[in-house]
Unconditional design. Structure first.
Length: 484
C-alpha cells in the first residue's frame, strides 16, 4: 500500500494545519508496513538462495536422467492413473463435504485416515440418532395415551351433559317452570300494588321452597286480618263506656287520648260512637267487611298460586339440581376440551419431532454409507500410491539425484524454480522501491510538520501580542474617558 496522504478541508488555522501534519507524520512513521518491508525483502532473499540450490540439484538430476536410457513406462501410467483417481476422490470428498456440513461433520481431507475417522463419526451419530428415535417414539406413545384418555373423558362428559339437557327439555316441556315463573311475577306485581310502599320481598330468582313458605305466610296473614262485625261493635261499646274520667263523676274524656270533653262534645262523641257500633250502617264495619273481602280474595289468589307452585315444585327442584350438574359438567367439558387441545398440540409437536428425527437418522445413515464408499476409494488410492513409491525407489537407484522423477518432471521443476526465482527478484525490486517511497514521504511530511509547527507558534505569539496591545489600548481609552 502507498503511504497515507494529508486530508483536505482542514482550513487555514495554523495550529490545526500543524496538528494534521504531525498526525500524518506520526501515522507514516508508525505504519506497520515500513517494518514489514525489510523482513519481506529478507524472506525473498532467503527464498532466492533456496531456489538456486534447488536449481543446482535439479540440474544435476537432469544430467543423471539424460544418461539413463531406461524409463519405466509402467510407473508413469500407474502414477497418472493414481493422480486421476486421487483428483476424482478429492472432488467427491469436496462435494460430499458440503452435505456433511449440514449435519455438523467436517471432512479434514481426502486421505485414508481422516476418512476412516469420518466413518466412525457417522457411526456414532447414527447410534445416537437411533436412541433419540426410540425416545421420541416412546414420548409420542405416552402423549397419544394421554390424548386418548382425555378424549374419552371429554366424550363421556359431553354425553352426560347431553342427557341432562334432554331431561331439562322434558321438564321444560311440562310447563311447570314457566307457570312458577309466571306466579313469581304475578305475586311481585300484586304485592307491589297491595303494599302502601309498593314493595315486595320476592325476587325473580327466588327459590321454590322460599316461594312456597312466602305464599303460606301470606295465606295465614290474610286469614288473621278478618274481624267479625259483632266483635267490632262490642269493642266500640266498651270504648263508649270508658268516656268518664276516673275519680270524677260528671267529667267526660276521650277513652283513647283521655282529652276532656264538654257536654256538646260528649254528645257528638256519643252519637259518632253509636253510629260506628251500628252493625248495618257503621263505616268502620263496612270498611272491615271490605278489607275482609279483599283479604279473602288475596287469600284465594295466594292459595291458587301456592297450588300451582306445589304442582311444579318437584320439577323446579329437579331442574335446579340438573342445571347445577349441567354447569359442573359443562365446566368439566370446557376444561377437558382445553386440556385435549393442549395435549393434541403437544402430540402434534411430538409427531413432527419424531418425523424430523427419523429423517435425520435416514440422512445420517445415507451419509454414513457415502463416507464408507469414500473411505474404500481412499484405501485403493493409498495402495496405488505405495506401489508408485516403491517403483520410484527402484528408479532412484538409477538416478539418485532425480528423487524418482523422470526427465520431463525434472525439467518442469527446473522451469518452475527459475520462474519462482525471477518472481522473488522482482518482488525485492518492488519492495525496495516501495520502501524508498515511504522514506521520501516521511521526510516530506516531517518537513511540512516542522514548518507548520513553527508557523503556528509564530502566529500564536503574534496573536497573544495583539491581544495584549488591544487590552492596553482599551485601558487607555477608559482612562481618557474618565479624565474628560
Amino acid at each position: 500500500p502507498s503511504p497515507p496522504r494529508a486530508q483536505k478541508g482542514t482550513g487555514d488555522d495554523p495550529r490545526r494545519v500543524a496538528a494534521e501534519a504531525a498526525r500524518l507524520r506520526d501515522e507514516i512513521a508508525a505504519d506497520a508496513r515500513r517494518s514489514e518491508i525489510p523482513g519481506a525483502i529478507k524472506t525473498h532473499e532467503a527464498k532466492i538462495a533456496n531456489l538456486q540450490r534447488t536449481l543446482d540439484e535439479l540440474s544435476e538430476a537432469r544430467e543423471e536422467l539424460r544418461k539413463s536410457a531406461d524409463e519405466t513406462q509402467a510407473v508413469d501410467v500407474l502414477e497418472r492413473q493414481t493422480k486421476q483417481d486421487a483428483a476424482k476422490l478429492e472432488e467427491d470428498v469436496q462435494e460430499a463435504a458440503l452435505d456433511f456440513q449440514g449435519v455438523g461433520v467436517t471432512v479434514r481431507s481426502a486421505e485414508l485416515e481422516p476418512l476412516e475417522e469420518l466413518c466412525r463419526t457417522f457411526q456414532r451419530k447414527v447410534d445416537d440418532s437411533q436412541k433419540a428415535t426410540e425416545n421420541a417414539t416412546e414420548d409420542q406413545r405416552e402423549k397419544q395415551r394421554d390424548v386418548t384418555e382425555t378424549r374419552a373423558v371429554l366424550e363421556h362428559s359431553q354425553r352426560s351433559a347431553e342427557g341432562i339437557r334432554r331431561r331439562l327439555q322434558q321438564i321444560d316441556a311440562k310447563g311447570h317452570l314457566r307457570k312458577i315463573a309466571s306466579v313469581v311475577k304475578e305475586v311481585m306485581a300484586f304485592e307491589r300494588r297491595d303494599d302502601r310502599d309498593g314493595m315486595t320481598i320476592l325476587t325473580e330468582d327466588v327459590h321454590v321452597q322460599d316461594l312456597t313458605a312466602h305464599l303460606t305466610r301470606k295465606i295465614q296473614d290474610c286469614s288473621e286480618e278478618y274481624d267479625e262485625p259483632a266483635s267490632i261493635a262490642r269493642v266500640i261499646k266498651k270504648l263508649l263506656k270508658m268516656y268518664k274520667v276516673p275519680g270524677e263523676a260528671t267529667a267526660a274524656a276521650c277513652p283513647c287520648c283521655t282529652r276532656s270533653m264538654n257536654h256538646d262534645q260528649y254528645r257528638v262523641f256519643k252519637d259518632k260512637m253509636k253510629q260506628l257500633a251500628d252493625v248495618e250502617n257503621s263505616e268502620l264495619i263496612q270498611l272491615s267487611r271490605l278489607q275482609a273481602k279483599e283479604s279473602q280474595e288475596a287469600q284465594s289468589r295466594y292459595e291458587r298460586w301456592r297450588s300451582l307452585v306445589a304442582q311444579g315444585t318437584n320439577d323446579w327442584l329437579d331442574h335446579a339440581r340438573l342445571s347445577q350438574e349441567l354447569s359442573k359438567l359443562e365446566a368439566d367439558v370446557n376444561s377437558s376440551a382445553d386440556k385435549l387441545e393442549e395435549l393434541e398440540r403437544t402430540l402434534q409437536i411430538a409427531a413432527e419431532s419424531l418425523l424430523v428425527i427419523r429423517e435425520e437418522m435416514q440422512e445420517l445413515e445415507q451419509f454414513g454409507r457415502l463416507a464408507q464408499t469414500l473411505r474404500d476409494e481412499a484405501a485403493r488410492v493409498h495402495d496405488r500410491r505405495q506401489q508408485v513409491a516403491a517403483k520410484r525407489d527402484q528408479r532412484r537407484l538409477l538416478a539418485p539425484s532425480s528423487g524418482g522423477r523422470d526427465l520431463r518432471a525434472v525439467e518442469q521443476d527446473m522451469t518452475k524454480a527459475s520462474e519462482d526465482k525471477e518472481e522473488a527478484m522482482g518482488a525485492i525490486y518492488r519492495l525496495n522501491r516501495e520502501f524508498s517511497q515511504w522514506n521520501t514521504k516521511l521526510s516530506e511530511v516531517t518537513s511540512r510538520a516542522t514548518k507548520a509547527e513553527r508557523l503556528a507558534s509564530e502566529r500564536e505569539a503574534q496573536y497573544k501580542k495583539d491581544q495584549e496591545n488591544s487590552s492596553r489600548k482599551t485601558v487607555l481609552n477608559e482612562k481618557n474617558q474618565e479624565m474628560y
